[in-house]
Design a protein around this ligand. Structure first.
Ligand SMILES: [Zn+2]
Length: 313
């Protein structure tokens, strides 16, 4: 590895329900080293903290070997994050409440540590290195079991007061609609997540929902099966309704759609795009494009590192 002396490097960590992904990343988005460490089922808070610590050690050791100095550490985590502390809201992790991730690791490694919510970090990654590179105003949504997202305004994440907002999956698209996991009713997530798509397909086709996944429905759609075509049209129509509201509110340059199903093919993005432009106000959507995320499962680590690069000028 040739070190120019001008390049800056950061540690990017992506904490999920089963793994900590880790990477050493340069400011121009080159991954120097990456790995992942498993988090055992029902790991304790201490176990998770120890795994994060081990992840940072691995990056730090690699940086030392390569003669690179770390500018800082970025961490994406489930939950609500304010001032480097995970306040709560991470149902998949044991006792992940009031965890001062930033203070713990900045003290231990004597480096600046930046922490944000995982969906926020993925969105920032797409802006820094991915599908929305060179854009300043971007809406990111990730479609999976639920719908998460991020708002980037003028190059910076916007999470509202105390970073408690940007819950893009929980805007209402039917106020008399079905119950949502959040306790609300008629949310975008309840209609347009991959789980909702599977439920709709199972209801229509009479198949057992447990035997179906997103890949199956995409395959059936491409084969022209009527149930799959109907469900996919409805799914992308719901997404377009939700995204149109984001476009009318934020007038983004790009709406980036991530999550496993966003890799189904260009047809998927085209259907969402058609639906978005059908419902959005033309003046608001004049400079907007709808595109697929491109960083895939690297978005978390890359986004986490971009927290460092963006915050240290
Ligand atoms: Zn909801």
């Amino acid at each position: 590895m040739v070190v120019t002396g001008k390049e800056r490097y950061a540690a990017g960590l992506d904490l999920g329900g089963s793994f900590v992904k880790l990477a050493l990343i340069s400011e121009n988005g080159v991954i120097i080293f990456e790995d992942k460490l498993e988090i055992g089922f029902k790991s304790s808070r201490e176990d998770i903290l120890n795994t994060l610590d081990l992840a940072i050690q691995k990056i730090s050791n690699t940086a030392d070997l390569e003669g690179m100095s770390l500018l800082g550490i970025g961490i994406g985590t489930p939950g609500i994050v304010c001032d480097g502390i995970v306040i709560g809201g991470a149902e998949n992790l044991n006792n992940w409440i009031n965890v001062p991730l930033g203070p713990i690791f900045s003290e231990k490694y004597n480096l600046p540590v930046f922490v944000d919510n995982d969906a926020n970090v993925m969105g920032l990654g797409e802006v820094a290195f991915g599908a929305a590179k060179n854009c300043t105003d971007v809406i990111f949504i990730t479609v999976g079991t639920g719908i998460g997202g991020a708002i980037v305004i003028n190059g910076q994440l916007y999470g509202g007061y105390k970073n408690r907002g940007s819950e893009m999956g929980h805007i209402t698209i039917d106020h008399k609609g079905i119950d949502c996991n959040c306790g609300g009713r008629g949310c975008l997530e309840a209609y347009a997540s991959t789980s909702a798509l599977i439920r709709q397909y199972a209801d229509l086709s009479g198949k057992d929902a447990d035997t179906i996944d997103g890949h199956y429905i995409v395959r059936k759609f491409l084969e022209g099966e009527t149930y799959a075509v109907t469900c996919m049209q409805e799914h992308t129509d719901y997404l377009g309704h939700g995204i149109a509201s984001f476009v009318n509110t934020f007038a983004p340059q790009k709406v980036v759609v991530g999550g496993g199903i966003s890799e189904a093919g260009q047809f998927y993005i085209d259907m969402i795009k058609d639906s978005t432009f059908k419902y959005a106000m033309p003046d608001c959507a004049a400079n907007t494009d709808v595109v697929a995320a491109i960083l895939g499962n690297k978005a978390g680590c890359m986004g986490a590192s971009s927290l460092v690069f963006k915050n240290i000028i």
